[in-house]
Design a protein around this ligand. Structure first.
Ligand SMILES: CC(C)(COP(=O)(O)OP(=O)(O)OC[C@H]1O[C@@H](n2cnc3c(N)ncnc32)[C@H](O)[C@@H]1OP(=O)(O)O)[C@@H](O)C(=O)NCCC(=O)NCCS
Length: 200
């Protein structure tokens, strides 16, 4: 496996594969995936766009992640902004890199690829903070939750409902930049604490 940074056109060239990995990882139906495909194609043009991909030796896509600068007028940003108290808006949204998607094909999950993708993506990102949303789940049993907690993501919103989605989501955040992997562990990584991840 090798991890590579992707430019916007790299992702667009592999959009079919991206949507396939996304659908398999999230177990989404085909109709929903078509809608998401359209969104992804527009996301690559947003300011601050950064992306990574994990490729097998044969060049198959095993995983990917991307994000961009979170800004007013973007649907996700505006939903989160509307749900946050004023001080938290300023803390989290003023200079924020949103991790929009992070997925590993089910057959490749659980081998550290997600962690490698996230670390590399955040290392390439600009911004003072990073936010993401993930479905509410058992923190100990969910790979996504374990991953985000390990990276020091703290609760920003819990049990939040985005319009049109019946699932409850958490919005999680941490400061940027990530510390060097060998840095000493810290207890947390909210804006007022040391930004070291809990483990590296
Ligand atoms: C979330 C995801 C990107 C993580 O990638 P991954 O390569 O599977 O994750 P890693 O191997 O780096 O491990 C992540 C954590 O899951 C843990 N894990 C591994 N196998 C597990 C299992 N069977 N059950 C629960 N946790 C497991 C790892 O130990 C690690 O936690 P730790 O740091 O506490 O040890 C990937 O699993 C995925 O695409 N899941 C489905 C889609 C999804 O949830 N995406 C995120 C939506 S916001």
């Amino acid at each position: 496996m090798r991890l590579v940074p992707w430019l916007p056109d790299d992702l667009l060239r592999r959009l079919d594969d991206v949507v396939t990995v996304y659908g398999e990882a999230m177990n989404y139906r085909a109709e929903l995936l078509e809608v998401r495909r359209g969104y992804i194609a527009t996301h690559v043009r947003r300011p601050g766009f950064r992306a990574v991909a994990t490729l097998t030796a044969e060049g198959a896509l095993a995983g990917f992640g991307y994000g961009y600068r979170s800004a007013a007028g973007q649907w996700w940003h505006d939903q989160v902004r509307g749900a946050l108290p004023k001080s938290a808006r300023s803390t989290w949204l003023t200079d924020c890199f949103e991790v929009v998607e992070l997925h590993v094909h089910p057959q490749a999950q659980g081998h550290g690829l997600g962690a490698h993708q996230l670390r590399t993506l955040l290392g390439m990102a600009a911004g003072a903070t990073t936010l993401l949303s993930t479905p509410e789940a058992d923190e100990q049993r969910s790979r996504a939750w374990r991953l985000y907690r390990r990276f020091g993501y703290v609760d920003v919103l819990r049990n939040f409902h985005f319009p049109g989605d019946e699932r409850a989501f958490a919005v999680l955040g941490r400061t940027l930049p990530l510390p060097h992997p060998q840095a000493a562990p810290a207890a947390g990584a909210g804006p007022s604490t040391d930004p070291a991840p809990q483990r590296s």
